[in-house]
Ligand binder design. Structure first.
Ligand SMILES: [Zn+2]
Ligand SMILES: [Zn+2]
Length: 250
C-alpha cells in the first residue's frame, strides 16, 4: 500500500498547508481517504481526481479532521457526469456512530452514504481489513489498524490521542505507525495528544518499523520533536516528520 500525506497540521491550517488528511492506496488501486481536514480536497486534487476516491474513513468529528467533507461531497455532486469517466457513484464515508448528529451528517442523498464502523469485530473497506481501538481524547476517537491481507502490510493511524499503554499492543508489528504527536517531552499524559517521547516509546514497545509524526503543532520546534521521538524510539525504529505530498511505500 502507498500512503500520501495531504495535510499534517493539527488544529488549523496555516499559510499554504492544511490539517489532517491522508490518501491510502492499495496494490489493487483502491483509493481511501483517511480523515478530511481543511484543504483536503485541493491537496487531493494534486494527487488524483476527488471523483476517483472509493471511500473515506474519519477517526472522529473534530473540525481539523472533517472540515472538507462537505466540499468533497459537493465536488462529486457538481462534477459533470461522463467527464473523465465520472459515473456519479456513491461515496461511502465510514465513521463511528457514537455521536448520532455527526454520524447523520456523513450521508448526503445520492452523493454519500454514512457507514458505521464495527468497533468490536472490525470493518472491511475495499481491500483493507480495519480494526479499531478507542483512544484518549476529549471526544470519541478511534485509532485504526489497516491491514492489506494480499500483501500483509499494516498501517496504524492513531487519529487523535493522548498517551495510554494499550496503544502499544494495538500498534504491534505495524510497518508504519502514523501518530498524532503534538507536544514536546516537557508535557506528558495529556488528555488530547501525544508528546514526542510517548510516541517514541509506543513505537519501540510495538516494534513498528517506521514512526511518522503528524498532526503537528504550529508552535513547536519540529526538529526537536523528531529528535525526542527518535531518542525514545531507539535505533530500531525509523522516525520521520510528515509533510504535505510526502509519499511512503509501506
Ligand atoms: Zn485533531
Ligand atoms: Zn481531535
Amino acid at each position: 500500500m502507498k500512503l500520501t500525506a495531504l495535510g499534517v497540521w493539527g488544529g488549523y491550517p496555516t499559510q499554504d498547508a492544511g490539517t489532517t488528511s491522508y490518501l491510502l492506496q492499495s496494490e489493487s488501486g483502491f483509493n481511501l481517504l483517511l480523515d478530511a481536514g481543511s484543504r483536503a480536497v485541493t491537496e487531493l486534487e494534486k494527487e488524483l481526481l476527488p471523483t476517483c476516491l472509493d471511500a473515506v474513513i474519519v477517526s472522529h468529528y473534530h473540525e481539523d479532521h472533517i472540515a472538507d467533507l462537505g466540499v468533497l461531497r459537493q465536488y462529486r455532486q457538481l462534477y459533470p457526469l461522463g467527464k473523465n469517466g465520472w459515473d456519479g457513484k456513491l461515496l461511502p464515508i465510514y465513521g463511528h456512530a457514537e455521536n448520532a448528529y455527526e454520524f447523520s451528517k456523513l450521508t448526503l442523498e445520492g452523493v454519500s452514504e454514512g457507514r458505521a464502523i464495527d468497533v468490536v469485530h472490525g470493518t472491511k473497506i475495499g481491500p483493507f481489513d480495519v480494526s479499531f481501538q478507542k483512544t484518549v481524547h476529549p471526544v470519541v476517537n478511534y485509532a485504526m489498524r489497516l491491514v492489506e491481507p494480499k500483501t500483509g502490510q499494516v498501517l496504524v493511524y492513531t487519529g487523535d490521542t493522548g498517551y495510554y499503554a494499550d496503544l502499544s499492543a494495538f500498534s504491534g508489528g505495524a510497518d508504519v505507525l502514523l501518530a498524532d504527536v503534538y507536544f514536546l517531552k516537557d508535557k506528558e499524559k495529556m488528555p488530547n495528544h501525544l508528546a514526542s517521547h510517548e510516541a517514541g516509546r509506543i513505537a519501540r514497545e510495538a516494534k513498528v518499523k517506521h514512526l511518522i509524526l503528524t498532526h503537528l503543532s504550529q508552535t513547536v520546534d519540529l526538529e526537536k520533536l523528531q529528535e525526542e521521538a527518535q531518542e525514545a524510539a531507539g535505533n530500531e525504529v525509523k522516525v520521520s516528520l510528515a509533510s504535505p505530498h510526502q509519499k511512503w511505500q509501506i
